[in-house]
Design a protein around this ligand. Structure first.
Ligand code: GRF
Length: 210
């Protein structure tokens, strides 16, 4: 059984969706860089062990990442799931977990990497918006996409309504992508290729909610 660690900084609604999904892998631990993250309560309610590793207590990014890395090794983690983890990871940490670490981003990557995605979508006047689960690589929000949730932007949408609607999609596509990794439907080969049911995955699997 695949052992999963979830890294959080905030509310943890994606963590909750992963807990509720009864994955075939096991969430063995949750790490937060914020002691007051609500996600920690969700983990405790589900009897999942937690570790608070505050980035402020370390002299630099690498020292903080080294402590997280050691915690993940102590838990024998196979897969790291970033779920609203608001720290940029060092190249060394990303390299160590390459092919074993995924993230969810609130946009249809490669569009709108980085922050404030909903506002940027509204500013541009895009018709479609959504979220993407992708492997994590050294370049921010640029690793291969696995799944996407797509919605149509309505005339009356604002940042708040878009964030809410995208969140609903996140809670659907993240557990699905993680389950596909757990049960071997998605594989990351040693040469960096992503396979879906044994065949190269060239485009993310899309779920549309119109
Ligand atoms: C989500 O919008 C996710 O796309 C982004 O951070 C947010 C986390 O939300 N990476 P939550 O803490 O899971 O509720």
């Amino acid at each position: 059984m695949i052992k999963i660690a979830v890294l959080v900084s905030g509310s943890g609604s994606n963590l909750q969706a992963l807990i509720d999904a009864n994955l075939s892998g096991q969430i063995v631990g949750v790490i937060s860089n914020k002691p007051d993250a609500f996600a920690l309560k969700r983990a405790k309610n589900a009897d999942i062990q937690t570790a608070i590793i505050e980035h402020k207590q370390y002299p630099d990014r690498e020292a903080f990442d080294d402590v997280m890395h050691q915690q993940l090794l102590d838990w024998n983690v196979d897969l790291v799931v970033l779920a609203g983890f608001m720290r940029i990871l060092s190249a060394k940490f990303v390299k160590a977990w390459e092919g074993k670490m995924v993230n969810i981003h609130p946009s249809l990557l490669p569009n709108y990497k980085g922050m404030h995605t909903h506002q940027r979508v509204l500013n541009t006047g895009d018709v479609l918006h959504g979220c993407t689960v992708h492997y994590v690589t050294a370049e921010l929000d640029a690793g291969q996409a696995l799944t996407q949730g797509v919605l149509r932007v309505n005339k009356h949408d604002d940042v708040v309504s878009l964030a809410e609607r995208v969140h609903v999609l996140e809670h659907m596509i993240y557990p699905q992508a993680v389950e596909w990794i757990c049960n071997g439907t998605i594989q990351h080969t040693e040469n960096g290729q992503i396979l879906f049911k044994g065949l190269p995955l060239s485009e993310p699997i899309q779920f549309c909610k119109f």
